[in-house]
Design a protein around this ligand. Structure first.
Ligand code: AMP
Ligand code: MG
Length: 405
């Protein structure tokens, strides 16, 4: 299996079978928990809202006291959010504001727009329904109910929900430590002059940014020259500090490709040719030994290939290692507004962009060295092997937004 051409799904299955979730759990203040992966489900100990309260600024009253429009009720009290009122005497009303507790005896709120003040009285111009504009205790969350499931990345609204039930700290998985390095004697960092024959190390920016998007603690070792000793040394350094190591370049079988022998010398490795375009070679292995070994994924050096293979393989691997249950990106059915008449025999990830008509346009060059295509696009058409696409066809669209979410 290691030698032949593997499908994306076969490779993903082997990869994910080797992903072990980071075991350590830490408590963090709820305010700092956005982006972290929740380690244990959270159950509310309280009702939310904790008391019946007003959904409007207006008057709290007994609906039975207003049988017809223009009823006149004495305003006996004023209840603001954060205070509590007294029981409401029959035939009276309470001036009330949004979020203020409903006084005992009241069963409806009339919006202030339907009331007129007359000295100590209020004229109620509209007959209220029982329960109108009252938010009932527990109508959002009930005590004993689960508010957040384990194994998902916390979004801002999730931390808000935890806070609404009084949870001040949340148990999350330790951040995943991801080591990165970039092989290639041709690579130069932006800011340095570019000698003849050299190129800038764009993958460092793409992969580093992706790793941060997935909330990793990144150890970026930068450029590693094309020789065995330097590659082994970088692997040992990254392996000692990290849970996962991701590299770009040097995984072909050319004479200047040292990733394979280096990983074999420092651990163990599977080399795959994957039936996908872009991004054919992929390496998967371990660096170091037994318990302390780090997972290793070697991506191709081509900028588009490394970007696509990161999203297709590294992303789900990182998510699993972070303890996230659901790792498949959501796919949408979308309309192709282009022809793609010479499909490849490999599964293709075509760079496409939404147009104003709600269809997808294709970037004119699908060459795996043209990084502009990834920056222009909104996502990929995930095209099965040998499938020609004609204008108007329904295609499987993978949005960047769904990968990053
Ligand atoms: P490799 O996988 O090392 O054979 O590299 C394949 C192609 O990707 C070559 O044209 C490399 O120059 C290019 N490449 C490799 N690494 C990078 C990088 N970090 N940034 C930009 N291009 C790269
Ligand atoms: Mg190279």
């Amino acid at each position: 299996m290691n030698k032949g051409l593997l499908s994306v799904d076969e490779a993903l299955e082997v990869l994910l079978a080797g992903a072990r979730a980071v075991a350590e759990i830490e408590e963090v203040p709820t305010l700092e928990a956005t982006g972290r992966v929740l380690a244990r489900a959270q159950v509310s100990t309280m009702d939310v809202p904790p008391m019946d309260n007003s959904a409007m600024d207006g008057y709290a009253l007994r609906s039975a006291d207003v049988k017809a429009p223009d009823a006149r009720l004495k305003v006996a009290q004023r209840i603001q959010a954060g205070s509590t009122g007294a029981a409401l005497a029959p035939g009276s009303a309470a001036r009330i504001f949004t979020g203020a507790p409903i006084p005992q005896g009241a069963d409806a709120i009339v919006m202030q727009e339907f009331c007129a003040v007359d000295g100590e009285y209020v004229i109620v111009k509209k007959v209220p329904q029982p329960g109108e504009w009252v938010r009932l205790r527990g109508s959002d969350v009930r005590a004993g109910g689960e508010v957040l499931a384990a194994g998902a990345r916390l979004r801002p609204q999730d931390t808000g929900l935890a806070a609404s039930v009084g949870i001040a700290k949340l148990p999350v998985r330790r951040k995943l430590r991801l080591g990165l390095f970039f092989t290639g004697d041709e690579l130069v960092m932006p800011g340095d002059p570019l000698p003849p024959g050299r190129i800038y190390n764009s993958n460092r920016f793409t992969l580093n940014g992706l790793a941060r998007t997935f909330d990793c603690e990144v150890r970026d070792l930068g450029i590693v020259p094309d020789n065995l000793e330097a590659t082994r040394a970088a692997l040992r350094r990254a392996g000692a500090e990290c849970d996962v190591i991701v590299t770009s370049g040097g995984v072909s079988v050319g004479e200047a490709d040292f990733v394979k022998p280096a990983v074999e010398a420092e651990g163990s490795l599977l080399m795959w040719k994957i039936a996908m375009k872009p991004g054919r070679p992929l390496a998967f292995g371990r660096v170091g030994h037994a318990e302390k070994a780090a997972a290793f994924i070697g991506l191709p050096g081509n900028p588009v290939s490394s970007f696509v293979t990161f999203l297709v393989f590294v992303r789900p691997f990182l998510l699993r290692t972070q303890g996230i249950a659901e790792v498949a990106p959501r796919a949408l059915s979308a309309r192709a507004d282009f022809d793609w008449l010479e499909p490849d025999a490999r599964r293709e990830f075509l760079r496409v962009k939404w147009n104003a008509q709600g269809g997808l346009d294709l970037y004119p060059t699908q060459d795996s060295a043209v990084l502009t295509s990834t920056s222009w696009a909104d996502g990929f058409v995930d095209n099965p092997p040998n499938r020609a696409i004609r204008k108007g066809d329904t295609v499987r669209f993978l949005s960047y937004a769904d990968f990053y979410g």
